[in-house]
Design a protein around this ligand. Structure first.
Ligand code: BTN
Length: 239
């Protein structure tokens, strides 16, 4: 069917819009870019605000397509790794998929699937949302300072940034459907922010991060032994 590409001046959220379409039965592979989002969403139910109020300070887009991988785990890590590799050798990844530049967050990824009661091995429409800060944000004094792309690629604009990441992203998603996360494990490890350090999980668990498994789980050595954290509902921070 090819890839449908759409650019909107404003939408509540590119993920919300593509999930609405997926639930209405639209399975056309679609790349949807928004110049501004009025209700951008992050992981764990958080809001995601573009770096500048005008929406020009960030690239926000979502990719929607039907996918039937044998195992879904690790898709978000694969996407994060792909963005990091497409943008800079020194970009690192905080599990599962936040891009970090010099200890500050550059971008986030929100992946959602529309299952709709289909059999487990049937293709599901997946919506992969990517938000990347392009410019310095307006200081709000609340959030910890983020990073932005023009710190290290000063001449890049939003179309140039999209051009740089879109094809690698598509390639990764299609390769993931066949091979899963395992072929990417070593490359991910090379950019892993948390590995070797102490971490605190949002469920209260603390321990030493040991890296990620071939399925993309975060391995943490705790007093009770090595735990593999897979839940998308757990957040983790350096201790
Ligand atoms: C996170 O860091 O928690 C994930 C942020 C994801 C933001 C992007 S912007 C494009 C897409 N639409 C959304 O509403 N969210 C994602």
């Amino acid at each position: 069917p090819g890839l449908r590409v759409q650019v909107l001046a404003e939408i509540d959220s590119t993920n919300t819009e593509l999930m609405r379409r997926a639930r209405a039965g639209d399975t056309t592979p679609t790349l949807l870019v928004a110049q501004a989002q009025t209700a951008g969403r992050g992981r764990l139910g958080r809001a995601w605000k573009s770096a500048s109020a005008a929406g020009q300070g960030a690239l926000a887009f979502s990719l929607s397509l039907p996918l039937a991988p044998p195992d879904w785990s690790g898709l978000s890590l694969a996407v994060g790794l792909t963005l990091a590799e497409a943008l800079h050798p020194d970009l690192r990844i905080k599990w599962p998929n936040d891009l970090w530049w010099q200890g500050r967050k550059l971008s986030g990824i929100l992946i959602e699937t529309a299952a709709g009661g289909a059999p487990v091995d049937a293709p599901r429409q997946v919506v992969i949302g990517v938000g990347i800060n392009l410019d310095a944000p307006e200081a709000d004094g609340l959030r910890t300072a983020p990073a932005w792309v023009r710190e290290f690629l000063p001449a890049l604009d939003a179309p140039g940034l999209l051009q740089r990441v879109a094809l690698p992203l598509l390639h990764t998603v299609l390769a993931f459907e066949r091979e899963g996360f395992a072929p990417l494990q070593a490359r991910y490890a090379a950019r892993d922010v948390l590995a070797g350090g102490d971490v605190v999980l949002s469920d209260g668990l603390t321990g030493r991060a040991l890296g990620v498994s071939a399925q993309g789980a975060l391995k943490v050595r705790t007093d009770a032994g090595v735990r593999e954290i897979t839940s998308a509902e757990v957040s983790v921070r350096p201790a």
